[in-house]
Design a protein around this ligand. Sequence first.
Ligand code: PGA
Length: 248
Amino acid sequence: MPKPIVAGNWKMNGSRESINELLQKIHIELTEEIDTEVIIFPPYVYIQDAKAQLKDINWYVGAQDVSNFDQGAYTGEISASMLRDLGCHYVLVGHSERRHILGESNELVAQKFINALNHKLIPILCVGETLEQKEAGSTESVIAKQLKSVLDLPNGAIELSKGIIAYEPVWAIGTGLSAKSEDANRVHYYIKAWFAENGVEHTPIIYGGSVSPDNAKELIMQPSVDGVLVGGASLDAHKFVEIIRCIN
Ligand code: PGA
């Protein structure tokens, strides 16, 4: 069985000092061996610091976004090959904050997904519905559209099989209102069934949105939940370690 995943998305938070302190505290707290794939997503500028601090434990470092372009005159963009060069293994694409605050479309997110794979990064494709969409009963159709934008590209089913999906209901992110574990499981199950129908294989699906030490155990006990993507609680060493222990 593949290892469960715990991903920590630091978003646009921290300083060199605070992230060093955070990782040191995690080192001190987490003394036992773990059998979990832990991935940290620092802001771009702190990726190297995080890599250096994590060199003695086999955790992975990823980026929170990647350009859809390969290289050239795209001021401010960061390419997939640059991230590989820094030793990243993973990248988030289509996080709801990028979709809803920065206006990224399904098509742009799909290009980023493929571009990451082309450079041997594993993309974590974030999908999820807003509160209005949930209340309108369109959770499944919103998610299907987000997934279909990758499926519709050349070899889409094979490409989707190489990534990871993060189901993150927008209304649950940063609100303290996590989805109930059975509801999260139901959506994950829907995605797995959609994958089976469309020839996509072996794609882990992790849950994100107000994951905490209080709900992590219940979430991972669900048969279709393969791990968690943690935002706020990943900035607190004690909470993050507790979540890893629940998932392990
Ligand atoms: P949260 O964020 O855990 O703070 O809700 C999750 C995410 O945005 O990935």
